[in-house]
Design a protein around this ligand. Structure first.
Ligand code: TPP
Ligand code: MG
Length: 371
């Protein structure tokens, strides 16, 4: 935990500079092969491609909405690849890179944004809870789940840990702060992974906190660390350490991944109305993919054929996402009532029959019109 005061510059854990130089960090040694770095590069490029395709699909009316991860690929892939199969993750709505690491097919993500499923996937099969729109609530779900693991004795070196993802804006929510306190006093095996992308829709970071976010952890009695969220290696190393710490019974950690939302908040938003383009240019120089590419090139760990094959794969995935999105079947309108309660419920039954009657009224109208 950092003990710097509010007046000092916060330390940013970085292993790979924006220029692609591998510097390492004494507190976070990372043994990683060239093959593993190439695999991370592939992940980063492919999720960016899935994301850009989804934005286009929304623009063409195929999706109702999309929350882009542009700029946050390293935070998500680095932390996502730090998870083991036994770990459980609780995301917000932007964690497409984490979902990728948990083996969720892109088309499964699209269903909710196309309005054809209520959720998407089986959380237990993938170790990833469903996307959560209610800001900060997943921090409490994760803490409760972690306390459950603890009580089941599922912790220890080969046990499970929990991670939850939320944004800088979510740190102002009561739920998130309650989760911090609950996790702390119960020593719950949970990692709070905050992607500080500098904006909560149009509200800048200064509106959320007078101190760097990671330092808030100290007030709850657990460690906080700020990692370069555009450095996939640092995110991997720091998250791995925090998860190991949780598994070993040392309680929660707050990881603040310092990054930037390069796109709009969602496809409903226009960031040019509230932020300067110079800010975006500054962050483009710290692009999370570019620095890995620079490192692979300068260290001679990948050749042109490798980069060409990743680009080719990205094109294929883009096309696949497009085809799969259009092929997603529309649900029967009445199915919306099916998953509300596990057991039959009179109120839901009544609403279902009223809605069925309403739908049937259109059939009558068309018959009448035809007479
Ligand atoms: C409880 C609640 N309040 C308000 C909203 C509306 N809302 C949706 S996203 C958002 C901003 C979240 O910002 P941040 O936590 O930084 O996450 P980011 O979108 O930047 O990833 C708000 C206020 C909501 N979904 N839930
Ligand atoms: Mg944010």
């Amino acid at each position: 935990m950092s003990d710097t005061t509010a007046h000092e510059e916060p330390e940013l854990i970085q292993l790979l500079t924006p220029e692609g130089e591998l510097t390492g960090h004494p507190d976070y040694p990372l043994e990683i092969s060239a093959e593993e770095i190439r695999a991370l590069y592939r992940d980063l490029v492919l999720v960016r491609r899935v994301d850009s395709e989804a934005v286009s699909l929304q623009r063409q009316g195929e999706l109702g909405l999309w929350a882009s991860l542009l700029g946050q690929e390293a935070a998500q892939i680095g932390s996502g690849r730090a998870l083991t199969e036994r770990d459980m993750a609780f995301p917000s709505y932007r964690e497409h890179g984490v979902a990728w690491c948990r083996g969720i097919e892109p088309k499964e993500l699209l269903g909710m944004f196309r309005g054809v499923t209520n959720g998407g996937w089986d959380p237990h099969e993938h170790g990833l809870h469903l996307y959560t729109i209610v800001i900060g609530s997943q921090a409490l779900h994760a803490t409760g789940y972690a306390m459950g693991l603890q009580r089941d004795g599922a912790v220890g070196e080969d046990g499970s840990a929990v991670i939850t993802y939320f944004g800088d804006g979510a740190t102002s929510q009561g739920d998130t702060n309650e989760a911090f306190n609950f996790a702390s006093v119960n020593n719950a095996p949970v990692v709070f992974f905050c992607q500080n992308n500098q904006w909560a829709i149009s509200e800048p970071l200064e509106r959320q906190s007078r101190i760097p976010i990671y330092r808030r952890a100290a007030g709850y009695g657990f460690p906080g660390v700020r990692v370069d969220g555009n450095d996939v290696l640092a995110c991997l190393a720091v998250t791995r350490a925090a998860l190991a710490n949780a598994r070993e019974g040392n309680g929660p950690t707050l990881v603040e991944a310092y990054t930037y939302r390069m796109g709009a908040h969602t496809t409903n938003d226009d960031p040019t109305r509230y932020r300067a383009s110079a800010e975006l240019d500054e962050w483009k120089a710290k692009d999370p993919i570019l620095r890995v590419r620079r490192h692979l090139e300068t260290a001679g760990l990948a050749d042109d054929a490798f980069f060409a094959s990743v680009d080719e794969e990205a094109e294929q995935i883009g096309e696949q996402v497009r085809t799969q999105c259009r092929a997603l079947p529309d649900p029967e309108p009445l199915e919306i009532f099916d998953e509300v309660y596990a057991e039959p419920n009179v109120h839901i039954d009544q609403q279902r029959s009223e809605f069925a009657e309403y739908l049937a009224s259109f059939e009558d109208a068309s018959t009448e019109g035809g007479r």
